[in-house]
Structure formats: C-alpha cells, structure tokens
Design a protein. Structure first.
Length: 169
C-alpha cells in the first residue's frame, strides 16, 4: 500500500513506527473517541503494529494503515477498514489531536476508500461515530457518506448516541 495525496502518504505499518503510535495514542481525543487504541507502552504499540502487519495478506483484515505527512514524515494517525460480524465493512480513522482541524482525515479517507473498495471488491462501507464527535461527522459528510441512522447505539461497548453513515461505490 502506498497512496499519495498532495500532503499525505498512506502506507503499510513498519515496526519502527511504535514510538509515534504510542505517542499519538496518548492524547485526550484518542482516550475519548477510540479508547481501545490507547497503548500503555511503546512495547504494547509494537505488539499492535505486529498484529496489524500480519493481517495485510488476509481476506478480512483489519486493514489499518498509518497516515504520514509528506513534509517531514510525521506519523499523524491512521485510516482503516474492518470487517464486521455480518460481513459488512466499516471505515475508521483517527488523527492525533495536535494535527486535527487541517483536513487530514478528509484527505486520507477520500484517497483510501476508492483504492480499498476496488482492492476488496466492496460496494458499500459504513461509518459509525459518536453523535457528539462533530469533526468526525463532518469528515463523513465531506467524503460522500449518507446518514442512515442517528440515535442510541453501541459504541466501544457503551450505549451512547451515535451516527451511522453509508458510502457506496
């Protein structure tokens, strides 16, 4: 995987990214919106990367790729596709708090979705966000997703207000 945009590169993980993955996992937004992706140590981040790398050749993923800036090579987050229990696919993404508000998530999702949809022969991808996560909801809107549900739902093991969206190829 090597997707380039004007400002970003989306590529496969390598073990030497563990330090930045660990550091990016420590911000308040990660703890709030994706608490299962907070790592307690660089070693724990390294183990997660090793697992994610082992899934690249599988049929069901998860397919998780780091997002890296073209100017300076900073690892600022990730974008992913995960297969759900019912066989549908869900997109996920996260940008470290110090890099949010610059359009990076939108740029990454717009570049990533068509490539992965073609690679995996996917016709529809879902997204789920906390309803209060207005930045994530805005990314979905900018990337052509359509809202299909808003209300109570399971998010990270808790019953909360969510928004579910759909993107079709």
């Amino acid at each position: 995987m090597n997707i380039k945009t004007s400002r970003l590169t989306i590529k496969t993980f390598s073990p030497n990214m563990a330090q930045s993955v660990y550091e990016n996992s420590q911000d308040d937004d990660t703890r709030r919106f994706v608490p299962d992706e907070v790592y307690d140590s660089v070693e724990e981040a390294h183990e997660a990367i090793e697992f994610l790398m082992s899934r690249y050749d599988s049929a069901d993923g998860p397919f998780v790729y780091p997002i890296i800036t073209n100017d300076g090579g900073k690892k600022i987050g990730y974008v992913q596709l995960c297969k759900l229990d019912d066989g549908a696919w869900e997109i996920g993404y996260h940008i470290a708090k110090s890099f949010t508000g610059k359009g990076y998530a939108t740029e990454a999702v717009k570049a990533f979705l068509p490539v992965m949809a073609k690679k995996l022969n996917i016709k529809e991808v879902y997204g789920i966000s906390l309803a209060e996560n207005t930045a994530s909801v805005r990314v979905f809107e900018k990337c052509g997703f359509t809202k299909i549900y808003q209300g109570p739902g399971n998010y990270q093991g808790k019953e909360v207000q969510i928004i579910k969206v759909s993107w079709k190829k």
